[in-house]
Design a protein around this ligand. Structure first.
Ligand code: GDP
Length: 298
């Protein structure tokens, strides 16, 4: 992912090499090329507009620097702006003072939530935590089994509906999981919720009901980086319907253009917190905006 964007930006910077102070024309021409590169990568238009305005303003105001030549200065500015749209500093998961910390996963069906639950569980274990996964996705027939399989692979317990344990009612399952986690001293509860293929009211209402029942410390919006501009519209709908604290980008291993996923943090004002780039449970890490920007500009 981001290979084309990376190539286009690198080519743009090449044109600036060997130049002395940049004229306004140089800056405008460069800004135009960056604009095209971002739009071709599928970055959302309002994000591109802000990005370009910031690059132009900063490039015009840039002092002649001893340390950086004009090309390097522009690269630095573009780097800073990429970091900014991705949410700025690395945003780490916040653990509740009083365990269990409750993390709720929300997003469309197929976004990668169930897989992510397993990845997050593995990661939490590596942080010395004892997580409990909760199967509150009762929409898809296989979702509970899938979470159980993922839980087994990750070596963590799964709370799933059983007779007397709220069969068919995801809100009841979610609520009872918190009681269970509290009594059994789990540190973190990860609640997997149902998604649909598209945004719909019923799904939003259910997710909001689960949210009200479990009062998450962190709600993570999970989005497939391959879905293009729909990533932005879906994120906006979830922000309004359910609300969330951070974004998880999945399928970054795909070869789609990915710019829409890069826009989600900027459009929603919620940082990207984790990224997932593969189907294995270990293909997952904390998202560092700076590292992603450097990778794109490498
Ligand atoms: P859910 O409906 O949101 O729970 O999504 P799933 O966890 O079932 O994932 C949907 C599909 O995407 C599954 O086939 C996963 O194996 C796959 N998947 C999840 N995350 C990734 C990822 O980071 N990369 C790739 N290539 N596939 C992924």
């Amino acid at each position: 992912m981001f290979a084309t964007l990376s190539d286009r930006l690198t080519a743009t910077f090449k044109n600036l090499r060997g130049k002395g102070r940049l004229s306004d024309e140089d800056i405008d021409a460069t800004a135009r090329e960056i604009r095209v590169a971002l739009l071709e990568a599928d970055v959302a238009l309002p994000v591109v507009k802000d990005f370009i305005a910031a690059v132009k303003e900063r490039a015009r105001g840039a002092e002649v620097s001893q340390a950086l030549n004009p090309a390097q200065q522009v690269i630095q500015i573009v780097n800073d702006e990429l970091v900014r749209i991705l949410g700025g500093e690395t945003r780490r998961l916040r653990f509740a003072k009083q365990p269990p910390t409750v993390i709720m996963l929300a997003g469309l069906q197929g976004a990668g939530k169930t897989t992510l639950a397993g990845k997050l569980a593995m990661w939490l274990k590596s942080q010395g935590k004892q997580p409990l996964l909760v199967a509150a996705d009762l929409q898809r027939p296989n979702a509970v089994t899938q979470l159980q399989v993922v839980g087994e692979r990750a070596g963590v317990a799964v709370w799933a509906p059983e007779p007397g344990n709220g069969v068919g009612d995801p809100v009841a399952v979610a609520r009872s999981s918190i009681e269970h986690a509290t009594s059994k001293l789990y540190d973190v509860v990860v609640v997997d919720t149902a998604g649909r293929l598209g945004v719909d009211e019923e799904m939003m209402r259910q997710a909001a009901d689960i949210r009200d029942a479990v009062k998450p410390d962190e709600t993570l919006f999970v989005v497939d980086a391959m879905i293009g501009q729909d990533a932005v519209t879906t994120a906006t709908a979830f922000l309004e319907g359910v609300g969330f604290d951070g974004v998880v980008l999945t399928k970054l291993d795909g070869d789609a253009r990915g710019g829409a996923a890069l826009s989600v943090a900027s459009v929603t004002g919620r940082p990207v917190m984790f990224a997932s780039a593969g189907e294995k449970l270990t293909d997952f890490d904390v998202f560092h905006p700076e590292r992603m920007a450097s990778r794109i500009l490498d």
